[in-house]
Ligand binder design. Structure first.
Ligand code: K7E
Ligand code: RUQ
Ligand code: CUA
Length: 649
């Protein structure tokens, strides 16, 4: 049995080698053996668990997917900035407020960078943070329930891209703006961008106990377009580094070409210093509208609050807090190695990688070796902060991760490869092709002080011939490489959802230990929960009707309701009375302008139904729950608006 599955797996892996990796396979006399050894390395036998969780951004799907590694099996799709009819996220009354913004209900976003919370620089597996680029937001996913439990909108920002990266003790999750905009927003000529548009770097504090997020301060920077970021760690803890790609402050990047300047900057921000300044009353509050949405685990209900102001800090108010490090060729990724000494700038229009030294940076700052300034912010000399360059590493470097053994792995979009190099010597050790045009790479813990350097996952932008054709759009994909040896070994291709940008990986054991199995019914604090069957009922309040319903294998209480009229607004508040792990029930109502509800044991959810026609309308359980699942159903009798039929159930 095991053998035949292995054989099929090897065929898949072999096929991928044959189709694309010609150079590799022709050098390799025994492709079959290579493929089957790769298959063995990713094979997780039926009933066995994967060693790692991988949280992979869904990009423009607004979701976060959960995969097992090394198998590449999809375990869950977590709706974050999206409506998900499978889970009723954004459809039921409880979760709709999560998608509220200062622009109204925005049930979509472009999610790029998940990052797992850390304690002492190590992954602690409590939360995953992820950014929404489009309508700037940061979300927090709770890893006990794998649900989005908080979303905070970021004011004075646009294209929230250098986000959401966490500091060593999750003191802050950071959100940097990609598009510079007028602050405060106002009607002004676009070509007056230069000197007028601003780039905000937002430091959102995270409460160490509950994880509640709050905007602590916004650093209001010149409009350089902040692309990516990473925190310092170890010796550089207390600093944050942001890459920029428009120091020209051009409002049309193609015509004026943002790449006019040979070097842009990496902005180094001493957030500890600014925190101290703010704690002592520094900064100015300015009016700002932004939503702060919290999903409460006891009530299973979200509330959305509109905030009115934000604390803003001008870098010139805090001397010694912000410096600019010249970095060649429009750097994209801005990655810090596990010791915190090296800051890697991936100049996407270059063949070289720039590696800055934290020690040299501090030295240059202390000796005030400045090379001019930009809007009053000191610029350090390139030579004074440069540790060295990785020469001719590839074309179009984007992102770098680290294995904890002194090696870095950089993705190259144009030359479509992942390149392994030594952080100290900056010599290239190995390169392997990606199929095709890789964006981010991810090593579990690879952006923390303590990486688990067993695999690197490449997330590709284009797949072309790698999968069965599915019309003009072929699946996006990830590729898994073994990095335990000197040379990398491609093990597996697997499809992903949406467009994967970054991902965050973590040993499964860290998360599994805290995973929640059920919600206890007697701890259900939902405003409309029905905790005992005897309390199941229907109440009318004008033309609003509230149905307090329970579900347990395999019936609804009540299940036959009469006295509903056309023009009523009927709220179904449904409580799942199961207390067994993995026994949700669903409910759906004919013609309801919402999704089904999939309700977890002990939980209450609400949908609204506005019947338009008299008749007898059925509802049923949508999740196969027992041998009598098909019997789990009911009827609602709807009478004309003027009828005298009394409510009964
Ligand atoms: Cu390079 Cu949004 Cu991180 Cu995508 S970004 S690849
Ligand atoms: S019923 S088990 Cu609709 Cu055949 Cu599904
Ligand atoms: Cu309950 Cu099917």
């Amino acid at each position: 049995m095991k053998k035949s599955i292995l054989f099929i797996l090897s065929l898949f892996v072999a096929a991928s080698f044959f189709s694309c990796d010609n150079s590799e396979s022709s050098k390799n006399g025994d492709r079959g053996a290579l493929a089957s050894s790769a298959a063995e390395k990713v094979y997780v036998a039926p009933g066995e668990h994967d060693e790692f969780y991988a949280f992979i951004s869904g990009g423009f799907s607004g979701q976060l997917s959960v995969y097992g590694l090394p198998s590449g099996r999809l375990l869950k799709v977590i709706p974050v900035f999206s409506q998900d009819p499978e889970k009723a996220w954004g459809y039921n009354e409880e979760t709709k407020p999560m998608l509220n913004t200062s622009h109204g209900f925005v049930p979509w976003d472009d999610a790029h960078h998940p990052d797992i919370s850390q304690t002492d620089g190590k992954l602690d597996g409590r939360w995953v943070f992820i950014n929404g680029n489009n309508t700037p937001r940061i979300a927090k996913v709770d890893l006990t329930t794998f649900e989005t439990t908080e979303i905070i909108e970021v004011p004075n920002s646009a294209g929230n891209h250098s986000s959401s990266f966490v500091t060593e003790n999750t003191e802050y999750v950071v959100a940097g703006t990609r598009f510079s905009v007028p602050v405060p927003q106002r009607d002004m000529p676009i070509n007056e961008y230069k000197g007028n548009f601003k780039g905000s770097l937002t430091f959102i504090s995270v409460d160490p106990e509950e994880g509640h997020m709050d905007i602590k301060f916004q650093l209001m920077m010149p409009g350089f377009d902040y692309d990516l970021a990473h925190p310092g760690r170890g010796k550089s803890h207390g600093w944050f580094f942001f890459s920029t790609y428009n120091t020209e402050e051009a409002n049309s990047l193609l015509e004026v070409n943002a790449s006019q300047n040979d070097k842009d900057f990496i902005a180094a921000v001493n957030w500890k210093k600014i925190e101290e300044y703010v704690n002592n009353g520094g900064g100015k509050t300015m009016p700002a509208n932004y939503a702060h949405n919290i999903y409460d685990d006891d009530t299973h209900t979200a509330t959305s609050t509109m905030k009115k102001e934000v604390l803003v800090v001008d870098p010139l108010e805090v001397p010694g807090a912000v410096f600019l490090l010249p970095t060649p060729k429009s750097p994209h990724g801005c990655d810090v190695n596990p010791t915190g000494e090296y800051i890697v700038g991936n100049g996407k229009l270059s063949a070289d990688l720039t590696v800055h030294s934290y020690t040299k940076m501090i030295d240059a700052i202390e000796n005030e070796k400045f090379d001019g300034e930009a809007y009053g912010i000191p610029i350090l000399k390139f030579e004074d902060v440069l540790a060295g360059t990785v020469k001719q590493a590839g074309l179009g470097p984007l992102h770098t991760e680290f294995d904890g053994e002194g090696n870095a792995y950089t993705s190259f979009f144009i030359s479509s490869e992942v390149v392994k190099w030594n952080v100290e010597t900056r010599e290239v050790i190995d390169r392997k092709p990606c199929y095709y045009s890789v964006g981010h790479v991810m090593i579990p813990g690879g952006n923390s002080a303590d990486p688990f350097g067993k695999y690197v996952l490449a997330m590709n932008k284009i797949t072309k011939d790698r999968y069965l054709p599915t019309g003009p759009e072929v699946t996006q994909s990830a590729q898994l490489y073994d990095i335990t040896g000197e040379k990398m070994e491609l093990l597996l291709d697997f499809p992903t959802i949406g467009e994967p940008h970054y991902a965050a990986g973590i040993p499964a054991d860290i998360v599994k230990a805290n995973s929640r199995k059920i919600f206890k019914l007697d701890e259900n604090k939902h405003e409309y929960a029905t905790l005992s069957n005897g309390d199941a009922r229907v109440e009318r309040d004008g033309n609003e009707v509230h149905v307090y319903m329970t579900m347990i294998r395999s019936h609804f209480t009540p299940d036959n309701i009469e006295g509903i009229k056309v023009g009523d607004k009927v709220y179904f508040h449904v409580t799942n009375h199961e207390q067994d792990y993995d026994v949700p029930h669903g409910i759906s109502m004919i013609g309801a302008n919402t999704s089904e509800l999939l309700i977890m044991p002990g939980q209450t959810e609400t949908f609204v139904w506005e019947p338009k026609q008299p008749g007898v309308w059925p509802f049923y359980c949508t999740d196969f729950c027992s041998a009598l699942h098909q019997e789990m159903q009911g009827y609602v009798r709807v009478s004309p608006a003027n009828s005298n039929i009394e409510l009964s159930w």
